[in-house]
Design a protein around this ligand. Sequence first.
Ligand SMILES: CC(C)(COP(=O)(O)OP(=O)(O)OC[C@H]1O[C@@H](n2cnc3c(N)ncnc32)[C@H](O)[C@@H]1OP(=O)(O)O)[C@@H](O)C(=O)NCCC(=O)NCCS
Length: 187
Amino acid sequence: MAAQDFATRDGRVVRLRPLRNSDLDSLFVFANKLAEEKRVNPDLGVVSFDRRMTRESEQEFLDETIRDCRTRNGVSVAAFAGGKMVGNCDVTRRRFKDVRHTGTLGIVILSEYRGVGLGEAMIRRALSEAKSLGVWLVELDVFSTNRRARALYRKMGFRKSGAVPMKIKRNGVFTDSVNMYARLDVH
Ligand SMILES: CC(C)(COP(=O)(O)OP(=O)(O)OC[C@H]1O[C@@H](n2cnc3c(N)ncnc32)[C@H](O)[C@@H]1OP(=O)(O)O)[C@@H](O)C(=O)NCCC(=O)NCCS
């Protein structure tokens, strides 16, 4: 998919485009900023980034993402500002034939780019690309306490399908996980 420039609510320009091979350095820095945030912010609502990321782990993630896009098994929407990676969103299609019309969405944005409409722009683009691949049912899991993410998902058409009590345990504290789904064929 072509690159697309997005103006945030506070006037910054962010470029949305799929991840590519040359993004390893940016991805490595991005992932470690999140790992560092998670270390100091117990409220960060993501289960990944729970240790310092290595270049190898990020190369693996990059290879997988690029391969999924090439084989129409996934969608990648990364956000760049001033040459730095500031956000990542993907939809991963399920592999088995019976569920190939479904996928899972993940999104994470660096703290200084949250709250300015970027999440909405990234999800909008990711869902539109997923739909063009024939993925018309998208699911995600979100911490029940992640009010901002849940509000955004709802705005983007996701509805709650259920909750798993105590699915997350962080620093000895349990949190419920909420599952949401969006039907892309009816919007
Ligand atoms: C969750 C995340 C992707 C949302 O993206 P974002 O660009 O920050 O989203 P926005 O600021 O546009 O907020 C989305 C909506 O939620 C609302 N919102 C913001 N904070 C809120 C809060 N504390 N409670 C309820 N609603 C809130 C906003 O008003 C906004 O709606 P609006 O555009 O109609 O005003 C981003 O904040 C992020 O990456 N957070 C850290 C990682 C994470 O939680 N990822 C999701 C894992 S499931």
